[in-house]
Write a protein that binds this ligand. Structure first.
Ligand code: MV4
Length: 447
């Protein structure tokens, strides 16, 4: 087992990883930017190394500074958390080159899933359902137009280097084709330095359902069921739940098996997520694979009683997994608490937290790095806490979440708490009958 793990991240996920390391008897090294000197991950780790000034490029994305910190502290592994360097193939490769175990995917696995057209082709070949569309990239707008006519409008153009909703265009009529095609090309060239595009039939109002998988070095892959992430705004997830109100045990089983097939095809090691779109008929299609631990992983932990960070560390250390799949024993829901004003377009609201009381009680878990007197820096994402509740039924969990949110006291910054309280009372949300279009009809005034 590893003796010392460097955590190349900040905020709640850095704390989350430190906690599991403690339980496993593994020493921890925090890295921090000068904006995070007073952060809890710095205080809670066994050692801490400053890696640069506030901008991410010069600190949490600064590969030489992070590798140096691992070398001087003698860390034998690096956990990248989510975001930052977690899906950076170059970083994964450099860690391997320096003999430091990267607790995440190999450069090859990251690259194979990072190029979306290639990822889709790999999944299709391994028998995972994919959305009808182009066979890989499309070279010319004429070719694209002809294909759109064949598969029928609406279609969606996606950037092969994109993901998470960036560089996409929905095309509903032939007369807007050339403009939207050119927009997508220009945008993806500028954003990713790669203007490769592919096309799919557009699925109207799907649900976003992802399957958690874990693989080991012996080729075993298991799944830990799904998370329903349909409640999102501008591709930012707001709240996630498991089990999904849209899945039957039979559909869960089939999606789990498909996810395992896809992960096994790339000999995936570690924790990963296969994202699917589920349409109104209950048909599901591969969308993307995330080769990292995700923000919303705790809801899976709560319903399966698995520590996913521990699983990641164990498989990275060469320990075999059981090979069993895990199904939800409870219900769990997570609300992301961001320092943002939901009545004002979710505009960031950094600043000093002047008073704080976190909720607690039965079935309530808080993953957060904030404390009373903490100043939220403006340089990073605005998530400051995750409220995760679990219980015996969906109804119980929604009531428990509302109770926990009402108990949450935070002064000095605006947060998304009022939005989540309103969400818990929303009839469409309560019914479980919602899609990714849910937020389009949500009244965000007077929160
Ligand atoms: C789609 C789609 C409908 N049809 N592809 C958005 C993020 C990226 N992973 C792919 N996305 C979508 N791809 C086809 N063929 C709808 C979306 C989509 C979406 C997906 C999941 C969650 C929220 C979403 C919001 C808008 C669009």
């Amino acid at each position: 087992m590893f003796k010392k793990i460097l955590i190349a991240n900040r905020g709640e996920i850095a704390l989350r990883i430190i906690r599991t390391c403690r339980e496993m008897g593994i020493k921890t090294v925090a890295v921090y930017s000068t904006a995070d000197r007073e952060s809890l991950h710095v205080k809670f780790a066994d050692e801490a190394v400053c890696i640069g000034p506030p901008p991410s490029r010069q600190s949490y994305l600064n590969i030489p500074a992070i590798i140096s910190a691992a070398e001087v502290t003698g860390a034998d592994a690096i956990h990248p958390g989510y975001g930052f360097l977690s899906e950076n193939a170059e970083f994964s490769r450099i860690c391997a080159e320096y003999g430091i175990k990267f607790i995440g995917a190999t450069a090859e696995q990251i690259n194979s899933m990072g190029d979306k057209a290639t990822a889709k082709a790999t999944m299709k070949t391994s028998g995972v359902p994919v959305i009808p569309g182009s066979e890989g990239l499309i070279d010319t707008v004429e070719e694209a137009k002809a294909l759109a006519k064949e598969i029928k409008y609406p279609v969606i153009i996606k950037a092969t280097a994109g993901g998470g909703g960036r560089g996409m265009r929905i095309i509903r009529h032939e007369d807007e084709f050339e403009k939207l095609w050119d927009d997508a090309k220009t945008e993806s060239a500028a954003a990713f330095g790669n203007d490769g595009l592919y096309m799919e039939k557009y699925v109207e109002e799907p649900r976003h359902i992802e399957i958690q998988i874990v693989g080991d070095q012996f080729g075993t892959v298991c799944h830990l069921s799904e998370r329903d992430c349909s409640i999102q705004r501008r591709h930012q997830k707001l709240c996630e739940e498991t089990p999904s109100p849209a899945l039957t045990p039979e559909l869960r089983e089939r999606m789990g098996i498909a996810a395992i097939k896809g992960a096994a095809a790339i000999k995936y090691e570690g924790a990963g997520t296969i994202e699917f779109l589920v349409d109104k008929n209950g048909d599901f299609y591969f969308m993307e694979m995330n080769t990292r631990i995700q923000v919303e992983h705790p809801i899976t932990e709560e319903v399966t009683d698995f520590d996913l960070i521990k699983e990641q560390i164990k498989v990275a250390a060469g320990i075999a997994i059981s090979g069993q799949n895990y199904f939800p024993k409870l219900y769990a829901l997570e609300c992301r608490i961001n320092a943002e004003d939901p009545s004002n377009g979710f505009r960031p609201s950094p600043g000093k937290i002047t008073n704080l009381h976190l909720p607690g009680g039965h079935g309530v878990r808080i993953d957060s790095h904030v404390y009373s007197g903490y100043t939220i820096p403006p340089n990073y994402d605005s998530m400051i806490a995750k409220v995760i509740v679990s219980g015996q039924s969906r109804e119980e969990v929604l009531l428990r979440m509302k109770r926990a949110l009402q108990e949450f006291v935070i002064e000095g910054v605006k947060t998304t708490i009022p939005f989540h309280i309103k969400l818990m009372d929303d009839e469409r949300f309560k019914s479980g009958q919602f899609t990714t279009a849910f937020m389009e009809g949500f009244d965000l005034t007077n929160l």
